[in-house]
Design a protein around this ligand. Structure first.
Ligand SMILES: Nc1nc2[nH]cnc2c(=O)[nH]1
Length: 166
């Protein structure tokens, strides 16, 4: 890969990560938690979007990344999945990292890190953050998942402003 390709990729990563922040804000406008995820193919085309779906049924497993992974692996080919990047407004939790792994998505870029998320949510009952980096989950698998993050973490944190007060 040339230096130009590297900088193109970095630019695309920031652009699509910011798009996941927009989806996270959309989740809030729908009464949900501030998380969003998007899937992009190897050519930089947007394939899928998913927002947190906690409400209305208080489904604690309806994380944006897990919902996206399920749609992705039931609609796209293994080749497309392996070459795709999932952009997430926050670091995938252990459940979502597992779902991304099992879906066969090859690359993940996230904004807010798990530690920072934990500081923001405190002990809010809707988000008892798991203290397990997504890299630990991916590294215990048999196929490689590339991970980039935290990235644009200050912007990612702003999305959570006012979201975890009780
Ligand atoms: N990364 C992530 N963490 C969450 N914690 C609660 N919901 C979510 C979600 O949709 N994504």
């Amino acid at each position: 890969m040339t230096g130009t390709n590297h900088s193109n990729q970095a630019r695309d990563d920031e652009r699509f990560l910011r798009h996941s922040f927009t989806i996270a804000r959309r989740a809030v406008s729908h009464g949900n938690h501030p998380f969003g995820a998007v899937l992009v193919d190897r050519n930089g085309s947007l394939l899928l979007e998913a927002e947190n779906g906690f409400m209305p049924s208080r489904d604690g497993t309806a994380h944006a990344e897990r919902l996206l992974a399920t749609v992705a692996c039931t609609t796209l080919s293994p080749e497309v999945l392996a070459a795709a990047t999932l952009y997430s407004s926050a670091e995938p939790c252990a459940m979502c990292a597992g779902a991304i792994y099992w879906a066969g998505i090859g690359r993940v870029v996230y904004g807010l890190g798990e530690q920072r998320l934990r500081e923001l949510t405190g002990n809010h009952p809707d988000n008892p953050t798991l203290d397990l980096p997504c890299r630990n989950v991916f590294d215990s698998g048999q196929r490689k998942t590339e991970v980039v993050g935290p990235l644009l973490e200050e912007e990612a944190a702003i999305v959570h402003e006012g979201a975890w007060t009780r």
